[in-house]
Design a binder for this molecule. Structure first.
Ligand SMILES: CC(C)(COP(=O)(O)OP(=O)(O)OC[C@H]1O[C@@H](n2cnc3c(N)ncnc32)[C@H](O)[C@@H]1OP(=O)(O)O)[C@@H](O)C(=O)NCCC(=O)NCCS
Length: 142
């Protein structure tokens, strides 16, 4: 185990941070555009919050929330570097975002559990939405 993981809310990624974050997006197949710090920073700026999990100054995980800033929010893009999984970073990311949302008056927090991550979210206290099905507009990049 290396040094402890720090969870930092960022409002703007430095060029070095942008590289690390885009690497995490790419590893999940969530980034098909060219690696542009400007595009990433638009996404960060437009989010309710964006958390970077850092170990020893390197970003090893991330997550963000999108919201109406009034009552509802969705978690999005939660991921941990495969080499760093299983040691609590995922839980740390989700907990940090949930705490921040509650502090900001958001009480309805939801997400789409992708790629068999449902057991992870169940462990963290989330419940499966009954009679619900995630949908995507036609021709959307997945
Ligand atoms: C899902 C993900 C973020 C979990 O990150 P992680 O750092 O490995 O998770 P943690 O170590 O904090 O795990 C927290 C708890 O969930 C459990 N857990 C984690 N992943 C699990 C899984 N796939 N199945 C069952 N339990 C799981 C852990 O064992 C741990 O339980 P414990 O507290 O009893 O020890 C990570 O596996 C990942 O990046 N996956 C790919 C991206 C993805 O699918 N993200 C979700 C998109 S919605």
């Amino acid at each position: 185990m290396g040094p402890a993981v720090k969870y930092r809310f960022i409002k703007k990624a430095t060029p070095a941070q942008a590289k690390e974050i885009i690497t995490l997006y790419r590893a999940q197949g969530w980034w098909d555009k060219k690696a542009s710090a400007a595009a990433l920073n638009r996404l960060i700026r437009g989010s309710h919050c964006f958390v970077a999990a850092e170990r020893d100054g390197k970003i090893i995980g991330m997550g963000r929330a999108i919201s109406d800033r009034a009552g509802d929010a969705y978690l999005q893009d939660v991921t941990v570097d495969p080499a760093e999984r299983g040691s609590g970073a995922g839980r740390g990311i989700v907990t940090a975002i949930e705490r921040r949302l509650k502090r900001d008056g958001i009480s309805w927090i939801a997400l789409i559990a992708q790629d068999n991550s449902e057991p992870f979210y169940l462990k963290l206290g989330f419940k499966t939405l009954r009679r619900a099905r995630p949908m995507l507009a036609g021709n959307t990049y997945v």
